[in-house]
Write a protein that binds this ligand. Structure first.
Ligand code: SF4
Length: 236
C-alpha cells in the first residue's frame, strides 16, 4: 500500500502540447533547485493513487491525456507505474515531465508503451548542477536519458527554465553541443511567485535571476542554425 499523496488539477490547456489534459502533481523531488516554485505543493497533495484514478475517470470524456509533473514523478516509481497503467487502460495519452535523473525508469515506461510524450529539463551546464542537487550525476543520467529518447520510439522535448547565472555563454554553448538537429527545445521564463524554495541561495548567486527576452534571443539564431526547433515559453 502506498502512502504517497498527490494533487490533481482537473483541466489544463498548457501542460500537454495541443491537448487538453488533467495534471497529477507529486511534491517529492531529488533536486533542490532554489528557484523551484512548487514549495507549497506538498500541502496540497492529499490524494492517494486510487482517488487520483477515480478523478481521472471522472474527467475521461473531456480530456485527451494526463500529465505527470513534479516534484519529480519518477521518484515514486511504483505509484507512477500503477497510475500510468490505469490511465492507458482508459485510452488516454500520457505525458511525463522529468528532471532527467531516472533514465532507466524512463526506458522501462517507454518500452511498456505507458508514456507518449516526455519533457526533460536541461537545467544548466553539467558542472553547475551542484548548485541544484547534492552528489550530482547529472552528466551521466542526462546523457543516458538522451540516448533513450533518441531511439525514436517516442515524441519528446528538452526545456530550460532560464536563470541568468545558470544560462551564461559557456552554459548555452554546452547545451548547444548536447542537443541534436531536429530536437525540440523550449526556453522558459523564470517567474518569482514570492514562494521560492531557497530565495537566499538563489539571490546570493544570481542577484538578478531573470534574463530578459532580448538577452535570450541573441542565442536563438544559433540553435536554429543547427536545426534545433527552439521556442520561448512564458516570455512577454
Ligand atoms: S524545479 Fe523541478 S527539479 Fe527542481 S526542485 Fe523543483 S520540482 Fe525538483
Amino acid at each position: 500500500m502506498s502512502f504517497n499523496k498527490f494533487f490533481f488539477l482537473p483541466i489544463s490547456m498548457i501542460d500537454y502540447p495541443n491537448k487538453i489534459s488533467s495534471v497529477i502533481f507529486n511534491s517529492l523531488c531529488n533536486f533542490k533547485c532554489p528557484y523551484c516554485y512548487n514549495v507549497d505543493l506538498g500541502k496540497e497533495c492529499n490524494l492517494d493513487v486510487d482517488e487520483i484514478i477515480k478523478k481521472v475517470l471522472e474527467k475521461k470524456k473531456v480530456i485527451d491525456g494526463v500529465v505527470f509533473i513534479g516534484g519529480e514523478p519518477l521518484i515514486n516509481f511504483e505509484d507512477l507505474l500503477f497510475m500510468m497503467k490505469e490511465i492507458k487502460k482508459m485510452g488516454l495519452n500520457v505525458k511525463l515531465d522529468t528532471n532527467g535523473s531516472f533514465p532507466f525508469h524512463l526506458d522501462y515506461l517507454i518500452d511498456k508503451q505507458l508514456v507518449d510524450y516526455v519533457a526533460v529539463d536541461i537545467k544548466t551546464s553539467f558542472k553547475k548542477y551542484d548548485f541544484l542537487v547534492d552528489d550530482s550525476d547529472a552528466e551521466f543520467t542526462l546523457k543516458e536519458t538522451a540516448r533513450i529518447l533518441r531511439k525514436n520510439r517516442i515524441d519528446y522535448e528538452w526545456r530550460t527554465t532560464v536563470i541568468s547565472c545558470l544560462f551564461e555563454k559557456e552554459d548555452v554553448l554546452e547545451i548547444f553541443e548536447f542537443l541534436k538537429a531536429g530536437e525540440k527545445y523550449f526556453l522558459q521564463s523564470f517567474s518569482d511567485n514570492g514562494r521560492l524554495l531557497d530565495r537566499e541561495k538563489l539571490f546570493s548567486r544570481c542577484p538578478e535571476p531573470y534574463l530578459p527576452k532580448k538577452e535570450i534571443e541573441k542565442y536563438v539564431w544559433l540553435f536554429k542554425e543547427k536545426g534545433i526547433k527552439i521556442d520561448l515559453r512564458r516570455y512577454k
